[in-house]
Design a protein around this ligand. Structure first.
Ligand SMILES: C[S@@+](CC[C@H](N)C(=O)[O-])C[C@H]1O[C@@H](n2cnc3c(N)ncnc32)[C@H](O)[C@@H]1O
Length: 285
């Protein structure tokens, strides 16, 4: 897919789009995120992104919204010892886990829309499942392009709800709606996860930010947990939404039980396995 539109998208504020969640300063979720969600949802894609970007020994790699650093760590394994890797994230708690996991990567607490790094200083830039959460997506993409050397490769992944791509999340949102109806924040967070589902919009943003050779492809992975309950618990435990962390135990148990029941079509004797689509934009600076 190629897109020539240079029309300026309207920036949406974090409050409007994220509806009550914030990645900034959330403390409890980082360890749960790394232990429970990264192996099932994020790590399986790290090698795919390395291959798509053709990361080679000696490359200088930036990982934007690095979280606990799964993509940056995969890059470090490929580029070291002659290359270098920098991971950026707004959340210091995520970075604390990243720092413990990989001392040879440079970790920086930075908002993606204002990157304190020199122009043209990287060969490859990644952003895995971060762009949909940024208050100013376009400014962040422009920053990503600015720090890439001319011809540098950018790979940007955002979850895609189309064609049942959010199958694992819909029952959780529905159970939250039934049992915690007056609080829009948890459902708003689920909406934000899939808030940049449209491949055309992703391509248009990359184009507008000045990237060349923009190409977006959709890939599908399978998310596996030992049980439907384990998946719902892992999701609720790692969500950066204070009101989820403080759900009354009986309400939480009811949400887990009902969502798990609705997820039964994806359960077999080995546990739950549901599809999750991601759009992946490949572009050149
Ligand atoms: C779903 S996690 C993805 C993390 C990581 N890329 C991975 O694959 O595991 C989203 C990340 O985006 C980060 N984030 C959200 N808004 C940000 C911003 N404005 N600037 C930098 N990072 C941001 C969050 O702190 C969080 O670590």
């Amino acid at each position: 897919m190629s897109h020539d539109t240079r029309e300026e998208p309207v920036a949406t504020s974090a409050a409007q789009r994220c509806d009550g969640h914030s990645w900034e300063g959330v403390s409890v979720v980082a360890a749960r995120y790394e232990e429970d969600l990264v192996p099932a949802l994020f790590e399986p894609w790290a090698g795919v992104l390395m291959d798509l970007a053709d990361v080679r020994p000696g490359d200088r790699v930036l990982d934007l919204a690095c979280g606990t650093g799964v993509v940056a760590r995969a890059a470090a394994r490929r580029v070291m010892p002659d290359g270098r890797v920098c991971g950026l994230d707004v959340n210091e708690n995520m970075l604390a886990i990243a720092r413990r996991a990989a001392a040879d990567v440079e970790w920086r607490q930075t908002d993606a829309s204002q990157i304190d790094l020199p122009d043209a200083s990287y060969d490859v830039a990644f952003c895995q499942q971060g762009l949909q959460f940024f208050p100013d997506r376009l400014a962040s993409l422009r920053e990503m392009r600015r720090v890439l050397a001319p011809g540098g490769r950018a790979v940007i992944a955002t979850w895609c709800a189309a064609d049942n791509g959010d199958a694992g999340y819909v029952p959780i949102a529905a159970a939250l709606q039934r049992h915690w109806p007056d609080d829009p924040a948890p459902r708003g967070f689920i909406a934000a996860i899939f808030g940049l589902s449209d491949d055309t919009e992703l391509a248009r943003l990359a184009d507008t930010a000045g990237f060349d050779d923009v190409h977006v492809e959709r890939r599908t992975g399978t998310v596996r947990f030992p049980s439907a309950e384990a998946w719902v618990e892992a999701f609720l435990g790692a969500a950066p939404v204070p009101s989820i962390a403080s759900l009354p135990p009986a309400i939480r148990a009811a949400i887990i039980a009902e969502a798990a029941t609705d997820l039964q079509p994806y359960v077999d004797s080995t546990g739950i396995a549901f599809p999750l689509h991601t759009n992946i934009a490949l572009c050149r600076a």
